[in-house]
Ligand binder design. Structure first.
Ligand code: EPU
Length: 303
């Protein structure tokens, strides 16, 4: 890929009237607050604009990555080549309270959507209140917490693929697995229809508050982090294993294993993605030595 290809994409975005930025620092867009620049950061406002971005990247053979709320993501300190498609402007929400139908854009901030639907007396999302993602990200990685998982609530998804264009997938044709789904940068979530259960707003709100309380007491909330670093191995918890290996408080430079929950890396601003990555390697090696379990990362890394 050459600088010329990236410039051609930028010209195409300009001609199509799609908002974009050159050399956009991605630290601003990740919850851990780290990461170098994207050559082009495109901000489509509609499904059609997503399609245009995808087609331009494909035509000029430029890599394309999708960025939602940046909550499960580590971006290389040197930044990333090509186009980053940021879904932040796709944030519409339409709620049919009577029938429990919620139509929302991929860029919609998930914790806000949880509060909004609870306020309308719709049950279903309250268990996911602390998941700090975008709706598109939550669906793409089938995010979950406690008994909550997004998959069973998804009625349909409008998605865009470079090869097949815009399509609507209904629930039976979507493959939801542990922290995985049919979606990704090859099939980009544009908008989602959820089916929730009408209930009393007071009851749903009480459950939401209880989930938030549990989360606040068991996870580092209100500090910069990328969420859980490792997937849970079958039948166990990565946090428990890391804790049992005595690694709480372990640091590499300014990156530190949280004292609240050992599957989180926290920092006070003075660190880099390289230090976080080195800490992840240290933890993986140490847990493998002490417990013979090979932990697999849940966070995505963009190099
Ligand atoms: N534990 C420890 N030490 C720790 C952390 C946990 O001993 O530092 C123990 C706990 O005491 C508990 C067990 O490990 O007995 C499980 O802990 P927890 O209930 O906190 O759940 P988890 O398995 O560590 C998973 C998800 C979280 C999700 C919580 C709550 C993964 C990798 N983690 O954590 O998801 O919020 O359950 O539902 O699936 C995420 O995916 O980013 C994430 C944070």
């Amino acid at each position: 890929m050459s600088e010329l290809s990236v410039m051609a994409v930028a010209r195409g975005l300009e001609a199509a009237g799609i908002s974009f930025e050159r050399n956009a620092k991605l630290a601003r867009f990740t919850t851990i607050g780290l990461g170098g620049p994207a050559e082009v950061l495109a901000r489509p406002r509609s499904t059609e604009e997503i399609q245009t971005v995808v087609e331009l990247a494909k035509a000029h053979e430029v890599p394309l990555r999708v960025l939602g709320a940046g909550s499960n993501l580590l971006v290389n300190d040197a930044g990333v080549a090509g186009v980053v498609l940021h879904t932040g402007a796709l944030a519409h929400v339409r709620i049919d309270e009577e029938n429990g139908i919620v139509d929302a854009g991929a860029g919609c901030h998930f914790p806000s959507l949880v509060k909004k639907t609870a306020g309308c007396g719709l049950r279903g999302l309250e268990g996911g209140v602390g998941i700090p993602g975008s709706l598109g990200g939550v669906v793409t990685m089938n995010a979950g917490a406690y008994q909550f998982s997004i998959g069973p609530l998804v009625e349909s998804v409008e998605a865009v693929s470079a090869d097949s264009g815009v399509m609507t997938l209904t629930r039976p044709s979507i493959d939801f697995r542990y922290r995985k789904s049919s979606f990704g940068s090859d099939l980009i979530v544009a908008s989602v229809r959820l089916l929730l259960q009408p209930d009393s707003a007071t009851a749903v709100r009480a459950d939401l508050d209880a989930h938030m309380h549990t989360r606040k007491t068991t996870q580092p909330v209100g500090v910069k982090s990328a969420g859980c670093i490792f997937k849970n191995p079958e039948g166990d918890s990565a946090g428990r294993l890391i804790d049992a290996a005595g690694l709480k408080g372990l640091t590499v430079g300014g990156a530190r294993i949280s004292d609240v929950h050992a599957n989180f890396i926290v920092h006070d601003g003075a660190t880099t993605t390289a230090e976080v990555a080195a800490l992840i390697d240290r933890v993986r090696e140490s847990v493998a030595t002490t417990t013979q379990v090979e932990l697999e990362t849940e966070v995505m890394t963009w190099n």
